[in-house]
Write a protein that binds this ligand. Structure first.
Ligand SMILES: Cc1ncc(COP(=O)(O)O)c(C=O)c1O
Length: 384
């Protein structure tokens, strides 16, 4: 079966947050992380079937939904999830925030590596907890972990490590030796590992496996909260269906108690889409990955020919490309590129120094990306 990743669905004048931002302006939105693709036919069919049933009461996952989740992770990552470990959440960001609330006290801190998805930086701020930012080290066109900086940053008040696996926005996949060392680091300092694996089904480098943090060792499994959702890969973030997967009973019960009464139920549509995503959309996902690999290569080639801008490492995963524009010397890179017709994310929100980096969302048909890259190149040449 073939799938269409080249016809852009019209999203103008819809409820799309991404497209509403620039309504009425000739600015192509390549910022917030959803894709300009229809979801898989299996998901659309599941939603139609659910709609035809016509009753939308409070929902609970049925055995076939749990079976789809368990088989997907077992088959692709060798990770055997016990359904009893799953706590359902309406979104990943509330999971990130809840971890800060549940597992730390006011004045505590947690570690995270920057640049990183912005809610990692604010999760503790909502509750008088503080993120300690440790920058990724960058040399020879690749990202490295700075273990010395991590050791120097940790204090007795540090309780958690927030990991993005794989890492948004730099698209880096974690290697086994790094996760093993990270596990030892967490054990040494008695930190819980909060592992956001929302992008794990979007690995572009076929030589790199996704390694679930909780599957690295029995010890690490007992101190890990994995946050997982089908939303990024299958383009259903508007349906709000997320899981915290916690093998440690004590941690899981504490997490559940801390969230009681604060969160709405996962919706019936979210659960139906989740089952169809994990259970019946593998062909679609493979087609998506092919398109994303073509798109990532196109960006890499385009940047190579442009002065003053560069990618910072191989694009190993995700549909989000991190671009260094510091040499352009712009006072406001996002506004500059908007004035040339492309809407990007500001790297400063991810913890990068101001006016140095932007993030481009390439989850779109290749010809939409070509249009975006023409606009981006115009913006670059306008500076010269
Ligand atoms: C690493 C990461 N975690 C979480 C989210 C958002 O999840 P949700 O929309 O379910 O809150 C994103 C969205 O881009 C993300 O990149």
């Amino acid at each position: 079966m073939s799938f269409d990743f080249q016809t852009p669905p019209s999203r103008q004048n819809t409820d799309s947050q991404k497209w509403q931002k620039y309504a009425g302006q000739d600015i192509l939105p390549m910022w917030v992380a959803d894709m300009d693709f229809k979801s898989s036919p299996a998901i659309l069919e599941a939603l139609h079937t659910r709609t035809d049933h016509g009753v939308f009461g409070y929902a609970r996952p049925v055995p076939s939904t749990l079976e789809a989740i368990v088989s997907h992770h077992s088959k692709h990552y060798g990770w055997d999830i016990d359904p009893a470990w799953i706590v359902w959440l309406p979104g990943m960001v509330c999971g990130l925030n809840l971890c800060a609330l549940a597992f730390t006290e006011p004045e505590d801190t947690y570690l995270t590596l920057t640049p990183v998805y912005p809610p990692f930086l604010t999760a503790g701020r909502h509750f008088d907890r503080r993120a300690i930012r440790v920058p990724w080290a960058h040399c020879n066109q690749a990202w490295h972990l700075d273990w010395e900086a991590l050791e120097a940053a940790v204090t007795p008040q540090t309780k958690l490590f927030y990991l993005c696996n794989p890492h948004n926005p730099i698209g880096r996949v974690w290697r086994r030796d790094e996760l093993v060392q990270l596990g030892a680091f967490c054990q040494k300092h008695d930190l819980l590992l909060i592992s956001d694996e929302i992008h794990c089904d979007l690995i572009l480098d076929e030589t790199l496996p996704h390694l679930p943090s909780a599957n690295i060792s029995a010890e690490l499994a007992q101190r890990t909260v994995t946050l997982m959702a089908p939303s990024k890969t299958y383009n259903i973030p508007g349906l709000g269906c997320t899981m915290a997967i916690i093998a440690n009973d004590k941690l899981r019960h504490h997490f559940e108690r801390s969230s009681r009464g604060l969160l709405p139920e996962v919706t019936t549509m979210g659960l139906a889409a989740c089952e169809a995503a994990y259970g019946r959309s593998e062909g679609w996902r493979q087609g998506l990955l092919k398109t994303l690999r073509t798109n990532a290569d196109l960006i890499t080639q385009t940047l190579a020919d442009l002065p003053g801008v560069h990618g910072e490492g191989p694009q190993e995963s995700t549909y989000l490309y991190w671009i260094n524009v510091a040499d352009l010397g712009l006072a406001d890179p996002v506004a500059h590129f908007e004035s040339h017709g492309i809407g990007l994310s500001d790297g400063n929100f991810f913890g990068a120094p101001p006016n140095t980096c932007v993030r481009l969302n390439f989850g779109c048909p290749t010809r939409t990306l070509e249009d975006g890259l023409r606009r981006f190149a115009k913006g670059v040449h306008a500076v010269q």
